[in-house]
Design a protein around this ligand. Structure first.
Ligand SMILES: Nc1ncnc2c1ncn2[C@@H]1O[C@H](COP(=O)(O)OP(=O)(O)OP(=O)(O)O)[C@@H](O)[C@H]1O
Length: 778
């Protein structure tokens, strides 16, 4: 449609009217926020003036407490409202520039036609009577995403509404001016989607709210399933859908849940920062975000050197190149499986009868309670009780013993000596405490004997405090030795897998060095939790797992138990598994977790890459035929042959330079290993300013970057150069998936380089799907 059109003028006039309403609301808002701000400042300043502090009598203390609490609640209520106002003000600001992105005309049966305008938030008219804009998440808005003109229906909480859609229209509005307007047919504006997808990549993921596709909408709005599993091909919008779904849930259940009750497991920290701006852009707060590895680190980092998942891949790739034993792979596979979890369960059952390992309890270098004593106490408890319950009793028993130890120690010489060494501040605060105590007991004289006793007791209590804390944290049991015992004693009662001797040897070596590889981490946590009693998180209501194909079956089972009150959304792609867990993800896909409650959805259309790139990448897979490309034109992938390492590097340099000169803002050279990345990096001339990314903690950056494929997961680049896609590098099935992952990171252009022979996976791609080159002619 063009600006001379009559409709265009009418629409622009409407945008103008809506903007006026927004301006009026903004002014009203400013008034209320500044009042609120003043209120808050005032409240903070006068906090203590309005609180009655009196601690003379117990009743006064209670009153004082109530008064402080009331004042604090008032303050936090004002602060909350201010936060809410601030968020709404930001949304209004955004809507000033672009109040809505879509419209449809709809007539309910036997009623007249009404126009519905859809935007990032709802907007009422001046009288607060009619909707000028509907929030994209409102029930009626689903019509916009699900239907083209014709008969339609949608679901409200109460009813199913049917009717006729007579028009569907999309807008690009910038700074309050309509830049583009399209009437759309079957899918939501190919034209708009073309424009969006043809744009530049940034270091932050964008929201797709204006162009959500029908198949994506059904995932975003899925309400009923306890477990929603999405299998979506590369670039099909899984991450985008996850973010939109979170925004939808926050809107739909705004009275019941808050953003901190939603947790997203993301593949790495770089990815976490990549998606961090999507929700704020939609006026919502960010959910909690963590990588699984961060969770493991929080719990085990102090005791062990932990292998990161990326070190695990790197290790696997490097040892494979050295042709190291396939037994390593076998071990990782076994330890990631449910069979290992079952083996641990059997082992834990056996510990209920014998074999538990405790630590001696020492105080001032002397053993006060021996491990044997604790052992005897533990096993004389009723064996019908669970292990955690018995340990709870053991803990109480030890704490009681520590009380006796405290009394004995107070009478010894050392506390007196230590008391003499207390520094002035400590001494003064002890003295004040004592005085307070004396006052409370209405004793008016200063008793020096009592003072000395008080100081002794203070010193002993302080010295015992860390030990008490450790006991409360169950540190009196030796998990490490019990994990070790499983491997070095091979308990006869357990059914051990083939190659166990090899697994045991390697595990014992690692434990001796206080090194915990990825495949042992979940097992170790599981053992700890089963013994101590599970650390469940019942606050979290929704768990999202992105790159779900990279989690092992054992991890799934563990995560599921960790969040018993949560609904789960898993988003993954079996074709992008580079941690070798794709079999398990296939099992999760096939069986689900919660029998009968799992819903599976497939996304087959790829939006990220141009059609020629998708047509090429799908042929890399054995079963990629059903992947559909979105019709976006572009250059054919270029495949460069070279006959030496230097020639290849030389070509890479030239092509990277060319891609940058074409104006691409994000250009990535993807390699299999970090060593390769380093080699490429040191070859490139300095004026290219290539960034080397070798750690997952580095932030996403624009310009030219070199990184291993496994760190590029979930992320996209306008231009991708794949280094060394040669027959000796990408040849096994896992390599096929890695090559597919690498090539599917490209949005607009893809260049693949190899030396001597190309990977067999490239060879099977029909030659009309790419352009073969032996030299760089630009
Ligand atoms: N409906 C849509 N409208 C506009 N852009 C979309 C839409 N769906 C997906 N995209 C875009 O396609 C690209 C890929 O999306 P996203 O990263 O969410 O896919 P993915 O399935 O998670 O990919 P991968 O598994 O390959 O990491 C992004 O640039 C995203 O903005």
């Amino acid at each position: 449609m063009d600006p001379k059109d009559k409709d265009w003028k009418q629409e622009q006039d409407r945008v103008g009217r809506v903007k006026e309403v927004i301006t009026a609301k903004q002014e009203k808002f400013e008034g209320s926020t500044s009042n609120l701000k003043e209120d808050i400042i005032d409240l903070r300043k006068k906090f203590w003036d309005d609180v009655t502090v009196n601690i003379d009598e117990p009743d006064d203390v209670i009153e004082t407490y109530a008064s402080i609490k009331q004042q604090a609640e008032l303050l936090s209520e004002r602060e909350r409202s201010h936060g809410q106002y601030f968020k709404s003000a930001k949304l209004l600001e955004r809507m000033q520039s672009s109040p809505y992105f879509g419209r449809f005309d709809f007539a309910e049966e036997d009623s007249s036609t009404e126009s519905f305008y859809i935007g990032i938030a709802s907007l009422m008219d001046e009288k607060e009577e009619e909707f000028l804009v509907y929030d994209w998440r409102a029930p009626v808005s689903s019509l916009y995403y699900d239907y083209s003109p014709g008969p339609v229906q949608y679901q409200t909480p109460e009813d199913n509404i049917e009717g006729e859609m007579t028009l569907k229209r999309q807008y690009i509005i910038q700074n309050g001016v309509i830049q583009g307007m399209f009437n759309t047919g079957i899918t939501i504006g190919d034209t708009l989607l073309q424009k969006v997808l043809g744009g530049q990549a940034t270091s932050q993921m964008k929201s797709i709210v204006a162009t959500i596709q029908k198949e994506q909408n059904s995932i975003i709005r899925n309400e009923n399933s306890r477990l929603l599993i999405v299998q979506g091909v590369a670039g099909s919008g899984k991450t985008s859908v996850a973010m939109q779904r979170i925004a939808y849930l926050l809107y739909q259940h705004r009275k019941q849940i808050t953003a901190d009750q939603i947790l997203l497991f993301s593949p790495n920290q770089m990815f976490s920062s990549y998606v961090a701006s999507v929700l704020p852009e939609l006026g919502e707060e960010n959910m909690q975000q963590s990588t699984y590895y961060e969770y493991v680190q929080k719990r085990l980092d102090q005791e062990y050197t932990l292998e990161s998942p990326f070190q695990q891949v790197e290790e696997a790739l490097t040892s494979r190149r050295k042709d190291a034993s396939h037994l390593f792979e076998e071990m990782v596979r076994f330890k990631s499986s449910i069979e290992f979890k079952q083996l641990l369960d059997e082992y834990i059952d056996s510990l209920a009868k014998e074999g538990f390992i405790f630590r001696n309890i020492k105080f001032r270098k002397k053993i006060k309670i021996t491990a044997k004593e604790i052992y005897n106490y533990f096993y004389q408890l009723n064996d019908q009780m669970s292990i955690p319950n018995r340990l709870e009793l053991v803990k109480e028993w030890i704490l009681k013993k520590l009380k006796d130890i405290e009394s004995e120690e107070i009478e010894k010489d050392w506390p007196e000596e230590a008391a003499a060494l207390l520094d002035k501040d400590d001494y003064m605060s002890a003295y004040q405490k004592l005085e307070q105590k004396q006052n409370l007991h209405e004793e008016t004289f200063n008793d020096s004997i009592q003072e000395e006793q008080f100081l002794r007791s203070l010193v002993v209590k302080r010295k015992l405090a860390p030990l008490r804390k450790q006991v409360k944290q169950f540190r009196f049991m030796n998990i490490r030795k019990m994990y070790k015992q499983l491997f070095d004693q091979n308990p006869a009662s357990l059914k051990l897998p083939e190659h166990w001797a090899f697994f045991a040897e390697k595990t014992l070596e690692n434990l001796a060095a206080y090194y915990l590889p990825v495949e042992d981490q979940t097992a170790y946590l599981y053992l700890t939790d089963r013994l101590e009693g599970k650390k469940m998180n019942t606050d979290i209501r929704y768990v999202f797992i992105d790159e779900a194909q990279d989690y092992s079956a054992f991890q799934y089972s563990y995560i599921k138990e960790m969040f018993p009150s949560a609904h789960f959304t898993l988003l993954g792609d079996v074709h992008q598994s580079i941690f070798n867990h794709n079999e398990e993800y296939s099992t999760v896909l096939a069986e689900g977790w919660h029998q009968g409650q799992a819903v599976k959805q497939e996304l087959l259309r790829s939006y990220r890459s141009t059609e020629p790139i998708v047509e090429f990448t799908k042929m890399l897979l054995e079963d990629g035929k059903k992947i559909e490309a979105f019709n976006r034109d572009g250059e054919c992938p270029q495949i460069y042959h070279s006959d030496s390492a230097d020639a290849q590097l030389d070509m890479i340099e030239k092509v990277a330079r060319h891609r940058l000169s074409q104006g691409f803002e994000t250009v990535a050279i993807l390699c299999q290993t970090i060593d390769e990345c380093r080699a490429v990096h040191s070859y490139l001339k300095e004026d290219l300013h290539a960034g080397l990314i070798y750690k997952e903690t580095q932030p996403f950056q624009t310009g030219l970057v070199i990184l291993p494929v496994y760190l590029a997961k979930g992320i996209e680049f306008e231009s991708v150069l794949v280094y060394n896609a040669s027959s000796d590098i990408y040849y096994k099935n896992e390599d096929r998936l890695m090559l597919y992952t690498a090539c599917t990171r490209a949005m607009h252009v893809l260049d693949v380089f190899y030396q001597n022979e190309p990977s067999p996976f490239i060879e099977r791609v029909p030659e009309n799907k790419y352009e073969k080159k032996t030299a760089v002619q630009l």
